[in-house]
Design a protein around this ligand. Structure first.
Ligand code: GDP
Length: 368
């Protein structure tokens, strides 16, 4: 269990290159638009050094990290919301993801055509955002028509919904994303569930090899700095990646990777940073079940209560939930394992109302 992240961006910005490196899958990376016709899906482990540490202490036979599923979504061009390119077919794929990684081309390469002629992050980002907003606008207008019909039959709720949707329509028409729309209307979450611009977004700046170790705002790559400004305006994060470097890293054996990254001035691969950034973007936490068979990381939204976290492992655990026995990762490591943590009084018993914390190591007690 993890989350799903859709990779979007204009053609030839490096989506397939990054996706391939992420998943080492065989999505086509060719120098022409629309080579990724069906969405490609691949799962990647979220790196978590805590899990490795716990597995060593518990002498677990294997480790099972939590996963991010990446979906390479192709076909977004100017006019997509009006059916250009792959049009609505691909817009539909975005609806099913939890978060969006918006890849922005910052690399210059005369051999790789840019659909709009030159490298210009602001124009590219705005092109993509406009298509998403237009698509949402159409979806909202359809909902308004639907509730107008329902309203004619005397349905009282319809009027309130039309009012909220009409304000949202105005908001989108002024070029703003659904996620910046505020309302205290109780059923808004339901009304906006399918909107593309309501999804959390991270920007991924695909820089050329020479700038792989560049930071936003360090002045070394003007296009990257521009992505930094755009992200700041939207309150979003930027992950700096060089698609070329990542595809080279993906080819290397695990023990050679660290050395290669270091030679480029990098601590971790861009892909690891992308997975982690997605995790933070969605406000997720990790909890662990640790034993001799396996050390297993699980994912839940921050604030999820113990029984629902138990349900991520097995529905019986949630149905028959009695209590959770918990020791924090910090205490577990400091004491040197579960038995010693128990002796030191660090093991707590928590009930149905307990909100699981990031780093909790848990045994769920249940009875069905
Ligand atoms: P997509 O259409 O967004 O999926 O783009 P692709 O991943 O197919 O990439 C289009 C072209 O750009 C391919 O020829 C890639 O090799 C090239 N490309 C992708 N990332 C980089 C990069 O970081 N640097 C350079 N120089 N070329 C890249």
């Amino acid at each position: 269990m993890g989350f799903t992240c859709g990779i979007i961006g204009l053609p030839n910005v490096g989506k397939s290159t990054i996706f391939n490196a992420l998943t080492s899958a065989k999505a086509q990376a060719a120098n022409f638009p629309f080579c990724t016709i069906e969405p490609n899906t691949g799962a990647v482990a979220v790196p978590d050094p805590r899990l490795e540490e716990l597995a060593v202490l518990a002498k677990s036979a294997k480790t099972i990290p939590t996963q991010v599923t990446f979906v390479d979504i192709a076909g977004l061009i100017r006019g997509a919301s009006k059916g250009e390119g792959l049009g609505n077919q691909f817009l539909g794929h975005i609806r099913s993801v939890d978060a969006v990684a918006h890849i922005v081309r910052c690399f210059d390469d005369a051999n790789v055509v840019h659909v709009d002629g030159d490298v210009n992050p602001r124009r590219d980002v705005e092109t993509v955002e406009t298509e998403l907003i237009l698509s949402d606008l159409e979806a909202v207008q359809k909902q308004i028509s639907r509730y107008e019909k329902i309203g004619k039959t005397g349905d009282k709720d319809a009027k309130a919904r039309i009012e909220v949707l009409s304000s949202l329509e105005k908001h989108l028409s002024s070029g703003k994303a659904a996620k910046t729309f505020t309302t205290d209307f109780a059923e808004y979450a339901e009304l906006s569930a399918d909107l593309l611009t309501a999804k959390p977004v991270m920007f991924v700046a695909n820089v050329s090899e020479d700038f792989a170790a560049a930071q936003v705002g360090d002045g070394s790559c003007a296009a990257l700095d521009q992505v930094g400004e755009i992200a700041k305006e939207r309150g979003a994060e930027v992950v700096v990646i060089s698609g070329k470097v990542e595809s080279e890293v993906a080819e290397l054996a695990a023990d050679e990777r660290a050395e290669y990254l270091q030679s480029l001035g990098l601590k971790t691969s861009g892909l690891d940073r992308m997975a982690l950034s997605g995790f933070e973007l969605l406000g997720l936490i990790s909890f662990f079940t640790i034993g001799p068979k396996e050390a297993h990381a699980w994912t839940a939204a921050a604030g999820t209560r113990a029984p629902q976290c138990a349900g991520k492992i097995h529905s019986d655990f949630e149905r028959g939930f009695i209590r959770a026995e918990i020791v924090s990762h910090v205490d577990y490591v400091a004491c040197g394992g579960e038995a010693k943590a128990r002796d030191a009084g660090k093991l707590r018993t928590e009930g149905k109302e307990y909100e699981m914390k990031d780093g909790d190591i848990v045994h769920f007690r249940f009875n069905v």
